[in-house]
Design a binder for this molecule. Sequence first.
Ligand code: E4P
Length: 220
Amino acid sequence: MKIFLDTADYKKIAELSSTGLIDGVTINPSLLKIEQEPPIKIVREILKVLPDAEINLQVTEQDPKKVYEQAKHIANLADNMIVKIPCDKMYLPIIARLIQEDIPVNATLVFTLNQALELAKLGVNYISVFVGRLYDNNVDGLSVAESIQNMLDTYDFDSELLVASVRNAEHVEGSILFGADAITLPVEVFNALSESPLTRAGLERFKQDWEGGPHAQLLE
Ligand code: E4P
């Protein structure tokens, strides 16, 4: 399962890139709003630390013609850029055109299996289903995500599922259990993945046993 970071904080991305676990980054206008630096600087900094990872940057234009132009601009920034486009009906022809031109597309704001079918038929690279926002609206987000993954696998579509709008470690474990292709995580959820109180307690016990034991050195 690919793991992306759901943030525009390039300093955090640089720090976490050393884990060797980061396959990509997802950025949307809300995440850019949090940062105090120009978006183009942010993207260039991310490209420096993750030159081979998949950098998913969302369009900010609304008009379909301008969305197309902005998508081309984003794609031209680097070979590993992926253009995030909302899956609204008015953008479907734009998505189809970009795919025909071999521009990688991540269709975002996906909430239903039917939307996902359309996007898979167009051949988008990623279908971003927003599980957290589904739960906010009393819909079982992981079930919707699982049904999309099943559809992609059953019909052998090339598109990959990207579980987005992840709020906690349970969403990650649920995604692992149904075999999600990819997931994007806020920094705090990513950091929580390797946390277990039993690991901490075990570490403390090994430390105490070693320090209270008879040996001064391990290998001498
Ligand atoms: C990522 O592609 C999405 O834009 C992001 O996960 C949305 O998360 P949110 O629902 O917490 O804003």
